[in-house]
Design a protein around this ligand. Structure first.
Ligand code: KG4
Ligand code: ZN
Length: 331
């Protein structure tokens, strides 16, 4: 079995995965949403302190499995430095105490592996990764190799939901809140411009859209619930239109070996995004693969799924070489 740890942002999570069967034997996650909500976003120092409380508490429950462990895996990049270090320190201690190898896991590769928890993998595929830190369109060849086709020039998709929610006083994380408000809103009321619509550039951008929302809020004297719902609906529609517009440019020139499309990351839980991508895949004759909703946001089960593959290829990292890389996107 492999014990995997995730602490790249505001979720403390540990999983135990059986190497041969890929079975998830144990999985627990303690989220810090409530603690950060009053600040409208993640406060790194607070997140780190909460990890120091939560991770040992979860590890305690893993005691019955410790003797069966063959490796310990941990997210070491990208993420918040003060929270990554919490998981990495625990992983190093376990590696020394149990005399088992360490597997360093890139968080984005972990999100890709979330598609295949307790399952065999299928490659190649085009993957849309939408989280709080990233908005990327990737060609994924296998667990270890991917090519970045497009990335964001500024804010990420999930981050723009968080910022809109903050401006409207809806709390954190913003994605689920904006989605909820959008459900009852009029998406035609605010005519937001789709970012980079007339540009050939294969990239994403969300800071301009965020500013359009800011101006719309400023133009209203006092915000009623209806105003907030209409802003959320109009914003969400435009944010998704932007993704679809750029993805279409890639799908038009897709090589014939690519028949699979997938969406991963916390914001892939957005139901309107899922519906729109599903329709798009149908138009282009592609199969759509989605992670289970419970594995979209950060979790250690996805880190464990990636770690099985790394274990098979013996991609281990020496304890003195295991560093945290807050900003690194891919290797
Ligand atoms: O992958 P994740 O848990 O953490 C990072 O790696 O960043 O993603 C969290 C992000 C947050 O920005 C959150 O607002 C967004 O995912 N998110 C959503 C939804 N659920 C979570 N965004 C839009 N719609 C949602 N339903
Ligand atoms: Zn994530």
């Amino acid at each position: 079995m492999i014990l995997s740890i995730e602490s790249s942002c505001d979720d403390s999570s540990i999983a135990i995965t059986e190497i041969e069967t890929k079975k998830l034997i144990y999985h627990k996650k303690i989220s810090q949403d409530a603690e950060h909500s009053k600040y409208g976003g993640v406060v790194p120092e607070l997140a780190a302190r909460l990890h120091t409380e939560a991770l040992p508490k979860i590890l305690e429950e893993c005691k019955p499995y410790l003797d069966s462990l063959r490796a310990v895996a941990v997210t070491n990049e990208p993420g918040l430095s003060v929270t990554l270090i919490e998981g990495v320190t625990m992983a190093k201690a376990l590696s020394i105490a149990l005399d088992i190898p360490l597997i360093a896991v890139n968080h984005l590769k972990g999100h890709i592996a979330s598609l295949f928890i307790e399952q065999d993998a299928i490659f190649p595929m085009i993957t849309l990764l939408v989280s709080g830190g990233h908005t990327m369109l990737l060609r994924v060849n296998d667990f270890f190799h991917y090519e970045v086709l497009a990335t964001t020039l500024d804010d990420s998709f999930g981050e723009s939901f968080d910022k809109v929610a903050k401006m409207l006083g809806l709390g954190y994380p913003g994605g689920p809140k904006v989605q909820e408000y959008a459900k009852n809103g009029d998406s035609e009321r605010f005519d937001f411009t789709v970012p980079l619509y007339n540009s050939n550039r294969l990239a994403f951008s969300y800071s301009g859209l965020k500013n359009q929302v800011r101006l719309a809020i400023q133009s209203l004297q006092e915000l009623s619930k209806k105003d907030k719902e209409d802003i959320c609906a109009s914003f969400q529609k435009t944010a998704i239109k932007h993704l679809l517009h750029k993805i279409k440019n890639v799908l038009k020139k897709l090589p014939p070996d690519l028949k699979l499309f997938s969406i991963v990351g916390g914001a892939s839980a957005n139901l309107s995004l899922r519906e729109n991508i599903w329709a798009l895949c149908k138009d282009y004759g592609l199969e759509l693969k989605l992670a289970e909703l419970k594995y979209c946001s950060d979790n250690a089960a996805m880190i464990g799924r990636y770690a099985i593959e790394a274990y098979i290829y013996k991609y281990f990292t020496d304890i003195e070489d295991l560093q945290i890389n807050p900003k690194i996107i891919s290797k």
